[in-house]
Ligand binder design. Structure first.
Ligand SMILES: Cc1cc2nc3c(=O)[nH]c(=O)nc-3n(C[C@H](O)[C@H](O)[C@H](O)COP(=O)(O)OP(=O)(O)OC[C@H]3O[C@@H](n4cnc5c(N)ncnc54)[C@H](O)[C@@H]3O)c2cc1C
Length: 302
């Protein structure tokens, strides 16, 4: 193991590696035990080298964006968590095209679009994730999603190759893409937007932000919508109609403001959250015969 740490340090630099780092600090749910190694990389080549090292030494690794769609186990994560969000975050605008690196905050990309008077990215301004996480999830809101604007992405394969994938090759669907299935790592993506008017773009962003503040429990730790939308239904409505508004397990509860959100309002654990999610699914299935699938990704041993 000492040799592994030495090599990891050689690639990332000693000040970019934390040991036993609590994942509470890196997830919007504010839960999760320690990651053995938490590594921040500042170039795509370092990212590749860390992955190749982990593969060679059979150490598991996990790519972290902003942790806004994650439920990390209270036992933490064995192996290496690779943080992309701090340094891999360059954005460039050329005409109507925006190219952004994976670690870039979506709100920042949306702001750059606004500054360049480009329309199409407004839906993303309030999604608290990175661009990489958004491509993986085909994140979306208010009738749009990443698939509406992306033209291509550069990904890293687990064999250490950088390849470009067209929009079609990304197989973007409702909160899915081929990225996870193929164990790709998003490095960068290109978006094609349309020329718009600054005042209109700004006002639409403000309108969407106001709708979020009004409808979503943004004042509490959460990971956004807990469950995917089952075909023909809305998860939040099914949960509300099951009488589960405010239902609680330990420190986690179903938001009374929006039943589609599980919130960590009383310093709950990942165990509380998962148990609550399981109970919600059970009740909704018994009541309506509809299966709920979690949109949130579970990481580590539960
Ligand atoms: C208050 C709130 C509101 C939200 N609203 C919305 C919404 O309106 N619409 C919506 O779609 N989502 C929403 N979300 C959920 C979340 O913000 C999105 O899913 C977001 O795209 C996740 O990005 P992230 O960087 O936080 O990814 P993470 O949570 O860090 O990771 C998510 C998954 O992507 C993987 N991943 C991350 N980066 C990369 C990369 N570079 N390469 C390969 N894999 C990677 C991770 O390994 C993990 O499997 C909301 C969340 C919160 C807390």
């Amino acid at each position: 193991m000492m040799q592994f740490i030495d090599e990891l340090t050689g690639i990332a630099g000693a000040d970019c590696i934390l040991q036993n780092e609590s994942m509470k600090k890196h997830t919007t749910f504010r839960v999760g035990g320690p990651a053995d190694y938490y590594v921040t990389v500042d170039t795509r080549e370092k990212l590749r080298d860390v992955i190749l090292l982990c593969r060679r030494e059979r150490v598991s690794f996990y790519i972290l964006g902003n942790g806004s769609n994650l439920l990390v186990s209270d036992k933490g994560i064995r192996g290496v968590v690779i943080n992309t969000s701090t340094k891999l975050n360059r954005v460039t605008v050329e005409g109507t095209r925006i190219t952004a690196e994976a670690g870039c905050n979506l709100a920042k990309v949306a702001r750059e679009a606004l500054n360049a008077e480009l329309t199409g990215m407004e839906f993303a301004a309030g999604i608290p994730g990175t661009l990489g996480g958004a491509v993986v999830m085909n994140a979306g809101a208010y009738g749009s999603d990443i698939s509406h604007i992306i033209t291509e992405a550069t990904v890293l394969t687990i064999d250490g190759e950088f390849i470009r994938l067209s929009k079609d090759a990304l197989e973007l669907g409702y909160r899915t893409s081929c990225i996870e299935r193929n164990k790709y790592i998003v490095i960068e993506a290109v978006f094609e937007l349309k020329k718009g008017k600054r005042a209109e773009i700004a006002s639409y962003m403000e309108e969407l932000a106001a709708r979020r503040r009004e409808k979503q429990p943004l004042e509490y730790p959460s990971a956004g919508s807990t469950f995917k939308r089952p075909e023909g239904y809305f998860a939040g409505k099914l949960i509300e109609d099951s009488g589960l508004s405010g239902f609680r397990v330990g420190g986690a509860s179903v938001s009374t403001k929006h039943c589609g959100f599980v919130i960590n309002d009383k310093e709950g654990t990942a165990g509380d959250i998962l148990e609550l999610c399981n109970k919600i699914s059970e009740v909704v299935r018994d009541r309506f015969g509809v299966g709920l699938e979690m949109e949130i990704k579970k990481i580590g041993d539960f």
